[in-house]
Design a protein around this ligand. Structure first.
Ligand SMILES: [Zn+2]
Length: 163
């Protein structure tokens, strides 16, 4: 499978980002989330869950047996956005970022990380570690997945009131 050319450069969202080098149509696979395929046990060994510290990694669970470690892939530069340009698609146990909208040359390749915290981390710590500044009008202020986590939603509301 061939992919459109993308380039890594400084991002306004965070550090370095991944950017389109030409126009990309919606529905196009932009890049594969590739990397070493490891077991969840090996993922835990490489990136231990420390009490009070959210785990930072480029791990993506494909299913209950397989996790991709994207730490050496260019896909690790793809930033989170609450109004992303791409979404993850799992197809035959491979994972791709698919364009959600028409992209122009220079547009940033982003997707919604929808992070889930593993391990023993309290909600304020988790929110602080996953704060989002993507700049989207619809920014929800965290990279965490909130839809199925009412406690996180309430904590986020309380935190935004106090600032
Ligand atoms: Zn955001």
């Amino acid at each position: 499978m061939s992919f459109p050319a993308v380039v890594v450069k400084a991002s306004k969202i965070h550090g370095k980002g991944l950017f389109a080098k030409s126009a990309i149509k919606p529905g196009t696979p932009v890049i594969e989330y590739d990397g070493e395929r490891i077991t969840p046990a090996e993922a835990r060994r490489r990136y231990p869950e420390l009490p009070g510290k959210p785990r930072e990694s480029y791990l993506l669970a494909v299913d209950s047996k397989t996790t991709i470690d994207g730490g050496k892939s260019r896909v690790r530069f793809a930033n989170h956005s609450c109004d992303p340009s791409c979404e993850l698609l799992v197809y035959k146990k491979r994972v791709f970022l698919i364009a959600l909208k028409p992209l122009k040359s220079g547009d940033e390749i982003t997707y919604d990380y929808n992070l889930v915290i593993h391990g023993d981390v309290d909600v304020p710590t988790a929110l602080a570690a996953t704060a989002c500044n993507c700049g989207a009008k619809t920014c929800r202020r965290t990279m965490l997945r909130l839809a199925d986590d009412p406690a996180a939603k309430r904590a986020l509301k309380a935190a935004s009131r106090s600032t």
